[in-house]
Structure formats: C-alpha cells, structure tokens
Design a protein around this ligand. Structure first.
Ligand code: T1G
Length: 678
C-alpha cells in the first residue's frame, strides 16, 4: 500500500508529499503523518527548508467531511498547523488544483505559498454550514486584510491564483508543470531570511481602522446572509480578528466552529454536499461504460426553452443547430438568445468575445435534414403528445443512427414518445428548468428502454454544461413538478377556506423559499392558458383575469405592484376570493401560519415518499437535490426529504392526519418503524 505521506530530499530542502485520493482530504491519517513528518524535519539540522505539496488532482481540498459528526481523533488540524507556523525553518506550501478549507489553512500556516497559474484557493466552509476551524478566520485577515478576508470567508467562493497573488495570499506563481522543482527552488531562496508568519501579519488594520467595514459588508450582502447561521458566524469570527489578540480570536473561532458543527443547518448542508455527488451516480449502470461522443447538438424549437437550452451547449463550446417552423420564429428566438448573452456580458460575467464565440457556433435552420449529423437532438416544442410524436417520428427518420433523441417535456410520458421512433433505446427526457441557460437543475428522465450508455452520456454531458442532473422515472411531472402539484392544490384550498394569500406566501418566505405560490403566479402571468372569456369563471385565476388582474405585467394580480414592482396585498383580491369561495360553497375561517406550513409542506413529503415507493427517484437525497436546485427549497434545511427526517416522520404523519390529507404506505410504515428517508 502506497504511503499517504512520503518525503523527498533535495539536498538541504525536504519535500513532504501527500497522496490521499481523490482530493487529499485532511483525514486523521494525513494530519498524523503531516505532523510527524514536520517534527522530524524540524529536528534534522541538515534540513534548512521544507516544502508541503500534494500529488494527484489537487492540494488538500479541506478537512475530511466524512469524519464530521463522528468522535474526533487527534491530532486536530490546528495542532499540526501551529507546529508548522512555529518552525524556525522556512516552510513553503506548493499549491495546485483547489486549496480549500483546511487545505487553505495549511497554506496559511506555512510561511510562504506558491501556486501554479490554474490553482484556486478558498475557505468554502460556509457552504457546509461551518466556518474555518483551524485559524483561517484569524490568519487570513492578518495576511490579506479584512475586506479581502470577508469576501473569501463569508462569500465562500474560491479565488484564482492571479487574484491570490494580487492580495498577498500567494507569494509567487510558478510554472504550471514545474511546481515540484520551482517550489524547492523558492524554499531554498528563503533560507536564512526572517520567517514571515501569517498570525503576526498586520493587514487587518483596514478593519481595525474602519470597523464600519463589517456593517457595510452585512448590508451589501444582506440577501446572502439572511437565514444562514454560518455566514453570520464567519462575519463575527473575522470581526474578532480585529478586536482580539490572535490566540483569543482562535478560541472564539473554535467556539463558533464547534457550535455550528452540531447545528441542524450544517448537518443539512453536509447532507446536500454528498447528495449532489450521489445524484451523479446511476443505479445499476456501469460508470466505466464507453460514452457516446456528443460533438454537435440539435435543438427543435427556438422558444424560451429551446433558446435557453441551446445557450448551455454554445457556452460550453458545443456547436448547435436550432430548428424552427417559420423564419420569423427563428429570427425572434435567436435574437432573444443574443439579448440574453449581451445582458450577461454587460454584467461582466462573460466577455464580448465570448458572446460572439458562442453565437458563432449556432446554425439556424427550417430544414430537419440539417439535423442529420447531430449526436444529440433535444426537442423543445409545444406540450402536446401528438405534436411530440410527429416531431420524434421525423427526427427518427433523418438523424443518424446512434444519435440520442431527447424531449424537454415537463410531464408527458417519455415511453409513449419513444414508441414514435424505431430507436426507443436512444430516447429519454432531458427536462430543463426555465430560464434553461441559468437554472442548474436537469431532470434526466429514464425511459423503460433507455440504454445505459445513453443515460451515462447525458449524465456526463450535464456536468459539461454546468448542470446538476438527477435521474427520474417516467411518471406525471417526474420528481419536481409532481411534488409541486400537491403544494399548489393546498395553497388554493387554504385561501378558499379563508387563509390570506399573502400569509401563504409569507409562510414559504419565512421558511426560506425565494417566493410563494401567489407571487410566482403573478411573475409567470395569471392569464397563462386563460380562455379569454371574462364571464366564464370556474377558478380563482379566471376570477382575477375577469378583473383584468394578469399579474406583474399588468401592475396587478394577486398583489398590487408599484413602479419598483414592490408588492402589496389587495383587499379587492381578498374580496374576489371570498366571493368565489362563497359561490363554490366554501366556509371561510381564520387559519394559522402553522397550519398553512404543514398543509403546504407535508403533502410534498408524502408525494416524495410515493415517488420513492414507486422507484421514480433513485434515493431520497435525489429528491432533495431536485428541490434545492430547481424550486428554491432552502439549502440550509437540506431539501424536503431531509427536512422531513429532521422534523420527524411521525410528526409529518400526525400533521397529515390532523388535516385529513392522504398518507402513502411508504411514509406511514417508515414513520411507524422510526426510520428516516435518508
Ligand atoms: N472530504 C471528504 N470527501 C471529499 C471532500 C472532502 N473535503 N471533497 C471531495 N470529496 C469526495 C467527494 O465526495 C467525491 O466522492 C470525490 O471526493 C470527488 O469529489 C477545518 C472544517 C475539491 C472542488 O468544502 O469542493 O476544511 O462521490 O466529485 O468535482 O476549516 O470536491 O467520488 O465518492 O466533488 O473534482 C472544506 C469540498 C471542508 C471542499 C473537487 N472543503 N470539495 O471537485 O470532485 S471543511 C470543501 C469540493 C474544512 C476546516 C474545515 C470538491 C473539489 P465520491 P467531487 P470535483
């Protein structure tokens, strides 16, 4: 067995090299080995300088998250790091890949840091509901200043080597392919020079001189901080660096860290970390199967969805041929794509060159024959089974054998669509979410005959285009929309029974959703699918349309909107709902927010349980990934199924009983036996 830690002697410089695949996580063995190697090197007078480096994909990518929640075994990371920093010989961190969390803290404890141009460094602990726990919140501000430290630690996004050099986190950028040699040379050049220790740095003066920095940061990032315990703790920990001596600050950090480690939020966000990775694995499919090369993609339909879908591939450098029935529809669709690209460029997220590069890969056509040599064709046309079958019949005839044919349907039966072709094994659903070029979620709908290599290819492709993909079975609404429907039904039932529609929205906002169902209806447009007859009223939406309340676009829907699109509840709407309810024979009563919350969320959990019971999702955590990436379920609760585990399945069942709502066997048996979904 290859040792996890080995050393290489280069005359008077020793390299301590870790190889703990896949990401050199700082497991107990690594911490132990690192500490022992450092101590030995420090005791050997012939060694004048030390380099800490990793082999494999990356420098240490942080603490070993699989150890969290288990009894901690020494040495704890900060012990090893204090030995490194206290060394009287220069210790250099040689960084490649992603030096994250504890990995970045190892680098901070070293006296110097060099990195390759492609390296990234960061402290993403807040994404796990934690804060750095090995003095990162105390060493980083002293090295790079409070302002830089706040965005790295509270923001959680890694920075590139160039930026790290600019702010003083890296001391040098070395050759992409010569890290080993360059770091040795760099270390040798530091021998006999005064040792530089981050904990003795004074860059945090910016925060000491201007303590308003913290309030300014809090105000500027209010949205990202709302509801997240770790981000607020991280801000307080960095503040401690400006108010306390180093060792006191480290104690404060440790207190906050250990508190968060026990928190429900961190457990939920750690659950999500592994859930997202588990979603990428497909049951009973050999991950080493050869993939189908996808070098050219066809998209049928240049509407909102078709255009957004095409942009994903263009932005990833994959040529797209987009097809429409009429020239004006094609012109309109592609002009929207250009507008969307230019908007993103104006926000500085991509360059003008990248816009032209992407659009340069786009071919427009009115002729199905131009799709013949595509490796994947995605249909995004009107949601009608007949229309879908016609389209699939056509592409089956013209597109080369071995190509994948996918439907972007959001609820229709993919197996029925596949039967309209002679290659059902190459047919599946690729359900994107609007706006398709932005939303991360992709439901990969596995048909009864879909081949394993087709599934695997689409799963891999989803990563290429920056999506988080989840495999769903063929059923009405797949995973996401299927669970949304009982929530929508309850939202309508609640306001018919007397609940204020703004309370229903507020309950979901307070829970952490970005928007409630009635706000969402106003944003999408109340009149979607409306028959335009104001005298025909059989739903609340039709009643609003009759009152010319079409949503935000008409300045009024469920809410009244001012110029700045701020919403205000409307007494007129309350009356419209009351009249409609009375006409439909509903008795109205006062309904508590607690009841509203239970009736909106518990039926979703029950539907999730049915999806698992029927095998329409591979596991409960896949459902969590769908709702967090596609429907704004608050990450800090881990998704609907983990949230149900946290609340307790017995409580969910009791709540459903109280409100006379259906309970599936899978849920009631799990509750009875005290089991959980995850
Ligand atoms: N611990 C354990 N396993 C990890 C891991 C980690 N830190 N990081 C990744 N893995 C596993 C992952 O589950 C997957 O396993 C495999 O490695 C490949 O990962 C004290 C407290 C490094 C950018 O938050 O962001 O340090 O699914 O699919 O896309 O202050 O992994 O194959 O079985 O993601 O190339 C802080 C987390 C920890 C970084 C690579 N560190 N990792 O991305 O591969 S907290 C992080 C990542 C901390 C200290 C605190 C990414 C990556 P499997 P992958 P990738």
């Amino acid at each position: 067995m290859k040792p996890i830690i080995r050393t290489e002697r280069h005359k008077d410089v020793l390299a301590i090299i870790t190889e703990n695949p896949p990401v050199n996580a700082l497991s107990q063995q690594v911490r132990q080995g690192l500490k022992e190697s450092i101590v030995q090197a420090l005791e050997d007078d012939s060694i004048k300088a030390i380099v800490i480096r990793c082999d494999g994909q990356t420098f240490f990518a942080g603490a070993d998250i699989t150890e969290f929640g288990k009894p901690s075994i020494g040495p704890i990371l900060s012990e090893t790091l204090d030995v490194i920093e206290a060394a009287e010989k220069p210790v250099v961190a040689a960084v490649h890949g992603t030096a994250l969390g504890g990995g970045c803290e190892v680098a901070l404890a070293c006296h110097y840091r060099v990195g390759v141009p492609s390296a990234k460094l960061g402290l993403p602990e807040v994404k796990l509901g934690l804060i750095p726990g090995a003095a990162g919140t105390q060493r980083l501000p002293r090295l790079v200043g409070v302002e830089n430290a706040l965005s790295i630690i509270v923001g959680g996004a890694p920075i590139l080597a160039e930026k790290a050099l600019e702010i003083g986190l890296l001391d040098a950028i070395v050759g992409e392919d010569s890290l080993a040699a360059d770091s040795i040379a760099f270390a040798r050049a530091q021998i006999a020079k005064p040792i530089k220790r981050s904990s003795e740095g004074v860059a945090h003066q910016d925060g000491i001189k201007n303590p308003d920095l913290f309030d300014e940061f809090r105000t500027k990032n209010a949205r990202g901080l709302r509801g997240f315990e770790a981000q607020n703790a991280a801000l307080n920990a960095v503040k401690a660096a400006t108010e306390m001596p180093y060792n006191e600050g480290v104690k404060k950090e440790r207190e906050l860290f250990l508190e968060l480690m026990q928190s429900t939020q961190s457990k939920a966000m750690r659950h999500y970390f592994f859930a997202e990775r588990a979603a990428g694995k497909i049951d009973n499919v050999d991950p080493s199967l050869p993939l189908i090369p996808v070098k050219k993609v066809g998209v049928i339909g240049a509407g909102t969805m078709g255009g957004g879908i095409a942009m994903n591939f263009l932005s990833s450098g994959i040529p797209v041929t987009i097809l429409e029935m009429q020239q004006n529809a094609l012109d309109h669709g592609t002009s929207i794509m250009r507008k969307n690209y230019e908007r993103t460029s104006r926000k500085g997220r991509i360059t003008v060159e990248q816009v032209e590069q992407a659009l340069g890969l786009l071919t427009q056509t009115l002729d199905y024959k131009d799709l013949a040599d595509c490796d994947l064709v995605i249909e995004a046309v009107y949601e009608s089974m007949d229309v879908k079958k016609q389209v699939f019949g056509k592409i089956d005839k013209v597109v080369k054998q071995g190509a994948i044919l996918a439907s972007n349907t959001s609820y229709l039966n993919v197996d029925e669509i596949a039967q309209a072709t002679k290659r059902p094994g190459y047919v599946l659903g690729l359900h994107f979410f609007s706006p398709a070029n932005i939303m991360k979620l992709l439901e990969i709908v596995r048909g009864a005959e879909t081949r394993d290599d087709v599934l695997l290819t689409c799963m891999q492709l989803s990563k290429t285009i920056g999506k988080v993909a989840v495999v769903a079975g063929v059923c009405d609404g797949f995973i996401g929309n299927r669970m949304l429907s009982p929530r929508q039904q309850q939202a309508t039932a609640l306001i018919l029974e007397g609940a204020n529609y703004w309370d229903v929205d507020d309950v979901l906002l307070e829970f952490g959703f970005p928007m409630g169902p009635f706000q969402m209806a106003d944003l999408a447009g109340i009149d979607i699918g409306w028959h335009r007859d104001p005298f025909k009223v059989s739903t609340i939406r039709e009643a609003l349309c009759s009152a010319e309340r079409f949503g935000q676009k008409s300045g009024k829907g469920f809410y009244d909107y001012d110029e700045a699109r701020n919403r205000a509840p409307s007494e007129e709407v309350k009356a419209i709902i009351g009249d409609f309810a009375a006409k439909e024979g509903h008795k109205q009563r006062t309904i508590s927010k607690e009841e509203i919350r239970e009736r909106l969320l518990y039926p979703m959990v029950n539907e999730g349980a049915k999806i698992l019971e029927e095998g329409m999702a591979q596991c409960a955590s896949d459902i969590d990934v769908v709702w967090i990436n596609g429907y704004g379920w608050p990450l800090q609760t881990g998704g609907p199924m983990l949230w149900a585990d946290t609340v307790g399945l017995k409580t969910v069942v009791a709540g459903l009983n109280t409100h006379n709502l259906p309970i599936c066997d899978y849920l009631s048996s799990k509750a009875e036996s005290g089991e959980t979904f995850n």
